[in-house]
Design a protein around this ligand. Structure first.
Ligand code: 13P
Length: 252
């Protein structure tokens, strides 16, 4: 049985005070006795250290939204895996479509980041997903397969166990238009089959595949009740404690 994992990607939202307020509200609302779902929050870099201090005695876990693959050096503006670990991060979102489209990240760069994160001891939340044009051209499976193979190039059987995959169709991100549970399930099932072929069936069976893209309290239960959907990567709806908590509770 795979455990559900609900993660909140705050994106570029919340300064330090706003982060403290949101985390306090999440802590108040969360049911600490609910061991059926793991919760991860991914605030901006500037709030990570404080966030960790606020959640370290709770069941909530910490993730970052990006990192660079080098350990240190002359890379102005970048943050390494080791730096993220030093402020309490356990996870890091990599390959998000906003990084791919706005910041020009390639599959090759994402692959380097994934390998560097794992080597340092961080668990990547590796995002993949097709655009609307690609879906309309009937290329969704092909695109997802390509991103999967390139992103996981030379990632070993041992290391894949520390990766969460997030299927985030680009057309569903921030649009209010989520994939239907059936559309998402179809791709999640395909991803699991590809992982089984690339690694083995037991690895595929254990792999957590989250869905992301306009997840809200109104659709989260239906999405997460599909057999291959193991949780959610939530954007907009994680910025309000009550909607984030409702999504977490719907994963039970
Ligand atoms: P929204 O939930 O705002 O559509 O964002 C999804 C997302 O990009 C999470 O990483």
């Amino acid at each position: 049985m795979r455990k559900k994992i609900v993660a909140g990607n705050w994106k570029m939202n919340n300064d330090l005070n706003e982060s403290i307020n949101l985390i306090s509200a999440i802590k108040k609302g969360i049911n600490e006795n609910n061991t059926n779902v793991d919760v991860i929050i991914c605030p901006p870099f500037t709030s990570l250290e404080t966030a960790y201090a606020l959640i370290k005695n709770t069941t909530i876990k910490l993730g970052a939204q990006n990192m660079y693959y080098e350990k240190n050096g002359a890379y102005t503006g970048e943050i390494s895996a080791g730096m993220l670990l030093s402020v309490g991060c356990e996870f890091v979102i990599l390959g998000h479509s906003e990084r791919r489209t706005i910041f020009g990240e390639t599959d090759e760069l994402i692959n380097k980041k994934i390998k560097s994160a794992i080597q340092a001891g961080l668990k990547p939340i590796f995002c993949i997903g097709e655009t609307l044009e690609q879906r309309e051209r009937g290329e969704a499976f092909e695109v997802v397969d390509d991103q999967l193979k390139k992103g996981l190039y030379q990632v070993s059987n041992e290391d894949i166990k520390n990766i969460i995959i997030a299927y985030e169709p680009v057309w569903a991100i921030g649009t209010g238009k989520n994939a239907t549970p059936e559309q998402a399930q179809e791709i999640h099932n395909y991803i699991r089959k590809q992982i089984s072929a690339m690694y083995d069936s037991l690895t595929a069976e254990k792999l957590i595949i989250q869905y992301g893209g306009s997840v809200k309290p109104e659709n989260s239960k239906q999405l997460m009740s599909m057999p291959d959907i193991d949780g959610a990567l939530v954007g907009g709806a994680c910025l309000k404690a009550d909607s984030f908590i409702s999504i977490i509770n719907s994963a039970v």
